[in-house]
Write a protein of this length. Sequence first.
Length: 279
Amino acid sequence: MKLKLKNTAEQIELVKAMGSRDTTVAVEANQAFAAFLGPVVAKVLMQAATASAIYTDLPYDEDDRPSIPLDLWFDGGEGYVTTWSQNVAGGLPTSTVEGFSEMKVATYRLDSAVSFLKRYARRGRLDVVSKAVERMANEVLVKQERNAWAVALKTLAESGNVLNTDETTVTFTLDILNRLMTQVKRINRSYAGGTTTDAYGLTDIFVSPEVKEDIRSFAYQPVSITTSNNTLPANNVLTNLPDAVREDIYRNAGTQEIYGVTIHDLIELGPNQKYQSPL
């Protein structure tokens, strides 16, 4: 994530005031700088973060302890409401047991700090100040991402809704995506256990760069359904995607959508990567 301060007379004067030898002037300038930069950094963090694609913000006031009224999900059936959260930054995600009244949401601070000599501020060195703020923002971004995905992946692992394949290395095929779409439909039921009126289905998938490689290969390789040991069944017939789809994948060095499902590739996913342990 890159941050750069505009080289304007007002910002230079503000940065110089931050390095003032007059403590009162420096404190006031620091507060003004923080008030100006805080919302900008927060907006950039939300745009740069990948976890924002699967989370919804719950706004609350400072020093408040946010909560969710569970009565809104009453009569959903046993096991319908399951909450996974962290009580401390970097802590193990835990399934919290709550009564059917109000669930308190545990919050914690994500902090970062950086130091530089005041003479850089007094000289109006916007490049130094920009890099310092950029470093802090990136550290907060890393902490935010790791904590957010830790909870999501723990939830997935314990949900029992993982689409299992028997092979140790799986080539991504349209059959896998098709089965995922069916499984999501089975999970998304109404309160009575029947067909829901909600239009929700499989909208996004998060994959490793290796899976994105498989998708790019659709442009020049036949598409086929494979068996559990990643071999072709005896009666399988190799087929190609429609020419228009293959040409689109070829022109764009891949595709961002298949069957209306948006594809996100994460560097953190894949063999021996941060978000995925070895099989």
